[in-house]
Design a protein around this ligand. Structure first.
Ligand SMILES: Cc1ncc(COP(=O)(O)O)c(C=O)c1O
Length: 454
């Protein structure tokens, strides 16, 4: 057996090829498209096993908010593992109790009770199950089980979260999915699915939700679930009126509003939570990714006292939430989250996300190329549409050239994947929130070079 610490990149690759199944990836392409063997990282920079360095302008997978190499988090995890490596949430552990308290303090509004799990998908599963059970407990005699979501939205890969996901390519091979999920048009003004123009449209896409609730019967609808800014579906920022109006619609019909802040939470969009852009408080919020900045897996589903209290009753009423997650609320993961959130709050990283995000957005918007379509986003969550001569999304081949050139320039970015039918030519940026203007300039230069490669 070779010493595992001394494996060179090719040895790692050959083991990987033989045994690892990668997500969203056609393995027959491995010969022409070698994946990078990631080896170490610091700040916004990641180094592969062949010694090449990259600016990680995607923060892993939208999640390394505080950047790499934060020894405060590593130490907190190590100390917790030494003290108490594990005990399930059937009893109490200190980091989970402290973290739930902290979330209740930093989240807007009255979001006070947390159920912990391990991934964004699971946090959304939890939210959907809570919404269905709450609907039945709160409105006896009604059967509120339907869930409304948006096309192009993404909520996870498990069956419930996938049923809420509005991306055909992620769903179609696994259908039929969970019954009771409905989709409406996203607030995608640049290519309005309703062929209208803002503001004359009267935000028809949000009125579509009200119409659907009426048509289905409000007494059958449990919840609307939405990403405040659609991420993997192409960084779609709604008009300012959208969420305040959606809040009104949900209140009017007794429907819960679930915000999936898996990407947008913890400073990414220039506020601590994206709901704060519009002063709208959801009934349930789901959090993952930036909660630990990826140092360990953790997710949270946080609800209002109104919802939590509907689960109280005599034991023989069986109102408790009948689910358990072995690792949800893992003490070391919660210790990582506490240390991570401490950094975010101490360094006020949402402010840097806003300042450098605005700078990056302006820089990208100023790039002169016929292939640059809309550049949009908030804070350090930015998308650039690549367009063809007619303004349609650029074909896969030419968009591929742009992406390859950006990679050759040493910048790693994200993209849409199976999000829409047709070309998915939105380039996605979601770097660590510690990004400097100098690093933003590097990203802008790489995009300039990429656009020239079409
Ligand atoms: C908005 C959103 N919700 C949920 C998820 C699912 O999270 P996970 O991959 O941790 O299950 C993702 C993942 O990218 C996401 O972007």
């Amino acid at each position: 057996m070779e010493d595992e610490k001394t494996l060179d990149a090719d040895s790692v690759r050959s083991r990987d090829r033989a045994h690892v199944w990668h997500p969203l990836f056609q393995h027959s392409q491995l010969d022409s498209q070698d994946l990078l063997v990631m080896s170490k990282a610091d700040g916004c920079t990641i180094t592969d096993a062949e010694g090449r360095t990259f600016l990680d302008a995607y923060a892993g997978l939208w999640n390394v908010n505080v950047g790499y190499g934060r020894s405060e988090i590593t130490r907190a995890v190590y100390e917790q593992l030494e003290r108490l490596p594990f005990y399930p949430m059937s009893q109490i552990n200190e980091p989970a109790a402290r973290l739930a308290e902290q979330l209740s303090e930093i989240l807007p509004g009255d979001l006070k009770h947390t159920f912990f799990s391990n991934s964004g998908s699971e946090a959304n599963e939890t939210a959907l199950k809570i919404a269905r059970q709450y609907g039945r407990q709160k409105h006896p005699g009604e059967n509120r089980y339907k869930v409304i979501a948006r096309y192009q939205g993404y909520h996870g890969f498990t069956f419930g979260a996938l049923s809420a996901t509005g991306q055909l390519g992620r769903r179609v091979k696994f259908e039929p999915l969970v019954p009771g999920f409905f989709h409406v048009d996203p607030p995608y003004c640049y290519r309005c699915p309703l062929k209208l123009s803002y503001p004359d449209c009267g935000i028809a896409c949000v009125e579509e939700i009200e119409e659907l609730i009426r048509r289905e019967g409000p007494e059958t609808v449990a919840a609307v679930i939405a990403e405040p800014i659609i991420g993997g579906g192409g960084v779609i920022v709604p008009p300012d009126e959208y969420f305040p109006r959606l809040r009104q619609i949900c209140d009017q019909h007794g429907v819960l509003l679930i915000f999936d802040e898996v990407i947008t939470g913890f400073g990414r969009t220039g506020t601590l939570f994206a709901s704060q852009h519009w002063d709208v408080v959801p009934d349930i919020v789901t959090l993952a990714k930036g909660i630990t900045s990826g140092y360990l897996p953790l997710a949270a589903c946080v609800v209002t006292p109104e919802i939590f209290e509907s689960f109280l009753g005599d034991p023989d009423e069986h109102r408790e939430l009948a689910q358990v997650s072995t690792y949800g609320g893992h003490p070391a993961c919660c210790a990582a989250a506490l240390a991570n959130i401490d950094i975010i709050l101490r360094e006020r990283l949402w402010e840097n996300a806003k300042r450098v995000g605005d700078y990056l957005l302006r820089g990208l918007q100023s790039l002169g190329s016929p292939f640059r379509g809309e550049v949009r986003g908030k804070g350090l969550m930015i998308g650039m549409e690549l367009v063809d001569e007619e303004g349609a999304l650029l074909d896969v081949e030419r968009a591929g050239r742009v992406k390859s050139r950006i990679r050759e320039e040493g910048v790693l970015i994200g993209g849409m994947s199976h999000a829409v039918s047709g070309p998915e030519s939105v380039l996605i940026l979601s770097p660590p929130l510690i990004l400097t203007e100098t690093e933003a300039d590097r990203i802008i230069d790489a995009f300039r070079s990429g656009l020239a490669a079409v």
